[in-house]
Design a protein around this ligand. Structure first.
Ligand SMILES: Nc1ncnc2c1ncn2[C@@H]1O[C@H](COP(=O)(O)OP(=O)(O)OP(=O)(O)O)[C@@H](O)[C@H]1O
Ligand SMILES: [Mg+2]
Ligand SMILES: [Mg+2]
Length: 722
């Protein structure tokens, strides 16, 4: 059977489309990037946007088939050339509007008017071409650099809808209820009509905009600026304690009353909710930032045309690499302003105390698949421990930290680890960052205990004397040692450094067990051994050469996971978001009986329904789910939920919890929307026989399995059979 990739139109809620003023409507078409198309596997026919069909001879994997790609590439370029002309006109029109500082009364040295940023957001939201979006943001950032460089950091945070580095554990996410109240009070409408609007519009931002536009004000409030909005948002996020809700409400009302346009109210509301959703990916922000900084650099101006082009292309790579090592704009932005892009690498390096985005692995389903992928490479197998990822840092001054997979500071959760770790250090070890798995440990029989035991530990304010579940750290990588970053070193060298810097302490600190196998039989024996030792399977990693460096934040093909349970299933479990529930029957009448799950599509910023799940729950877990989810019920589905009316649940939830789920296989479905348009022109992918495993506290909804991963899993099923 031929499979298709089509370029699908972006899903936008009716509400959004209706709320747009006439004449502003720039047609939107989501175009998956070419790079993404190339990555899709087993593509036999591709339909370009103009409907041209291009045949491809066989699977497309890792750029091996450059010739076969040529036809596709040319057809796409043709399409793109036509599009580019159109885009250019739009770009110039919008670029000029964005560039026109006078219309915002924005003078040099004065705080950036919030409305200027909103204008850029508006243009970005209506655009789907990544390059054009990049251009808009770059233009705006250049203005900020020109007029008010002091506001650059806060501008970036507002673009990213954040208030601090991710690892500082400070969340915005003001609840829907409080925002509705604030909109009502600041615009003089009643709460009931706001709720009614919310049901039809599905997006609080649009409700705020509509309310603002229908309101007439007698006085002109003082205009909002980027620093005023940012600082208020941060203050709101930090408001805790008694009557914090009332105080938050007051602050939000103040902000909303100061909005002069519907657009300001819309983007402000969405930002406060923590859901800006204008289609501005962090990667795009990084690219625009790097280029804006470079273009403002006097040295750059003096270069020849070709040197300029190559520097412009290289700048984003430098910034991206540095940012994945030091994921903090608080640190990177001042360095960028001081040293420019070219001086950044030297002045901004992996630093103990700032978590690095961890490297992730690709799932595989068989030893032969592993061997196929790693042919021609030296590789090593390690036990895959089933616990929780930990990144342990020790600074020169003795400060210790442990971070989660998601860069959360887990130091308060594992005080026992920080207490015991010094015993495992060799005397020469002064500062380091190691990557490890924290596992529940049975100190009587000296063996690993299952993950379920670890998950019973308290998450916060753990006192050492109360700890019932002892843990052992299994270290598998080292990223930094005594002042030096090891990220660029091959794994074999990093492992040696790890061995040189630490010593095992029984039941407290160990090195991940490893073996350098070369054939199926050896790997099989090692896999069986790992299972006997209560591990989940193996991690197989390239150990020598340029492909064995540590790649922060990447789901790399140089690390493969081979799990015992899934060798005959879909290869790996999935982490999905609960977006709705169906009321129970029989003895479950008082609870939810089944749930609607969704994967996440970061390109379209939407949750796509993937299956209904009613299996794998004990009565006790059903009750727990009810208790937790009841608090997150919402009146209507979010505008960014993509589902079919045939799967409509009885109640909807905020995207608030991630569940790990196993399935027998994946199939094309007319009513589910996961990866819609990728594996089939109009249908999505669904899970067959999904079974609940556990709640994933360490993942946020946006860390859920992506539609791209779903498409890959779906297509891999056929590869195996061919
Ligand atoms: N030897 C090892 N090397 C690397 N990771 C290991 C090792 N042993 C255990 N792990 C754990 O395995 C994880 C990767 O596999 P797993 O399927 O558990 O990932 P996950 O947390 O579900 O995330 P995802 O499914 O998004 O990859 C790592 O993040 C780490 O926590
Ligand atoms: Mg795990
Ligand atoms: Mg997983």
């Amino acid at each position: 059977m031929d499979k298709f990739i089509i370029r699908r139109p972006a899903k936008r809620s009716k509400a959004e489309a209706n709320s747009e003023e006439e004449g502003e409507n720039i047609p939107k078409t989501r175009v998956p990037k070419k790079a993404k198309l190339e990555k899709k596997m087993l593509v036999k026919k591709v339909v370009t946007r103009k409907g041209k069909q291009v045949s491809k001879k066989s699977k497309n994997d890792e750029g091996e088939e450059i010739n076969q790609d040529k036809e596709l590439e040319e057809a796409m370029e043709e399409d793109e050339a036509e599009e580019d002309e159109k885009d250019l006109a739009i770009k110039i029109a919008n670029g000029n509007a964005l560039n026109n500082n006078k219309s915002f009364n924005w003078k040099k040295g004065e705080p950036v008017p919030f409305t200027a940023l909103c204008k850029t957001f508006e243009a970005i939201e209506k655009e789907t071409k990544r390059l054009v979006i990049q251009e808009y943001l770059m233009t705006f950032l250049k203005n900020v650099l020109e007029l008010t460089p002091d506001n650059l950091l806060q501008t970036l945070y507002l673009c990213l809808n954040r208030i601090c580095p991710e690892y500082e554990n400070l969340e915005l996410g003001v609840g829907e209820g409080i925002l509705m109240k604030a909109i009502a009070e600041s615009t003089g409408r009643n709460l009931a009509s706001i709720k009614k609007d919310m049901k039809t519009l599905g997006d609080l931002g649009s409700v705020a905009k509509a309310s603002k536009q229908s309101q007439s004000t007698l006085w002109t409030p003082k205009a909002l600026t980027i620093p005023s909005v940012f600082n208020k948002m941060k203050a709101i996020a930090m408001t805790t304690g008694q009557d914090s809700q009332t105080r938050k409400l007051g602050e939000i009302q103040g902000l909303l009353s100061a909005c002069t346009t519907g657009e300001e109210a819309k983007f402000l509301t969405r930002s406060l909710e923590g859901k800006l959703r204008i289609g501005l990916a962090e990667q795009t922000v990084l690219i625009s930032l790097a280029q804006a900084i470079l273009l403002k650099d006097p040295q750059y101006q003096k270069l020849s045309k070709s040197a300029k082009a190559s520097e412009l292309a290289e700048a984003p790579n430098i910034l991206k690499a540095v940012y994945s090592e030091v994921p903090s704009y608080d640190i990177v932005v001042p360095k960028l302003l001081e040293f420019g892009v070219k001086g950044l690498r030297k002045n901004c390096k992996l630093t103990p105390g700032i978590p690095v985005k961890p490297m992730l692995a690709h799932p595989t389903k068989s030893i032969t698949e592993v061997l196929d992928r790693l042919e021609g490479h030296k590789f090593t197998c390690e036990f895959k421990y089933d616990g929780e990822r930990g990144q342990i840092h020790i600074l020169e001054n003795g400060t210790m930290k442990i971070y989660s997979r998601n860069l959360e500071d887990n130091s308060q959760k594992f005080p026992d680890i920080l207490e015991k770790i010094p015993k495992a250090l060799k005397p020469t070890t002064k500062s380091f960052v190691i990557d490890c798995e924290v596992v529940a440990w049975d100190s009587e029989s000296h063996c690993i205990r299952p993950f379920q035991i670890l998950s019973t530990r308290k998450r916060k304010d753990v006192k050492e004397e109360d700890i019932k579940v002892t843990v052992c750290v299994f270290a598998f990588d080292i990223l930094y040692l005594n002042g030096e970053s090891l990220l660029q070193k091959p794994l074999s060298e990093r492992r040696q450094s790890l061995y040189d810097a630490f010593q095992p302490v029984r039941g407290e600190f160990a090195f991940a067990h490893h073996m350098d196998a070369t054939n199926i039989e050896e790997i099989q024996v090692f896999l069986d051994e790992s299972v006997k030792d209560n591990c989940e399977g193996l991690m197989v990693k390239i150990s020598e050469g340029p492909e064995s460096t540590y790649e922060p934040s990447k789901r790399s093909r140089n690390w493969l996971k081979l799990k015992k349970d899934y060798l005959s299933g879909v290869g790996d479990s999935l982490d999905l978001v609960v977006i709705g529930a169906y009321l129970g029957r029989g003895k479950r009448t008082k609870l939810y009986g089944a749930f609607l799950l969704a994967c996440y599509d970061p390109d379209n910023e939407e949750y796509q329904a993937i299956c209904k799940i009613g299996t794998g729950f004990s009565d006790a877990t059903l009750e727990e789910h009810y208790k937790f989810l009841k608090e997150h019920e919402i009146e209507a589905p979010k505008s960014y939920y993509n589902y079919d009316k045939n799967t409509k649940p009885d109640v909807w939830f905020e995207p608030c919890q991630v569940w790990e789920v196993l399935a027998a296989d994946l199939s094309i479905s007319p009513i589910y929307k996961a990866a819609v348009g990728v594996c089939d022109p109009t249908k999505g992918v669904s899970l067959r026989f999904p079974r609940f495993i556990k709640v994933r506290d360490d993942k946020t909804p946006e860390d859920a399995t992506t539609s791209e991963q779903i498409a890959e899993m779906y297509q891999r099923q056929f590869q195996e059979r061919e």
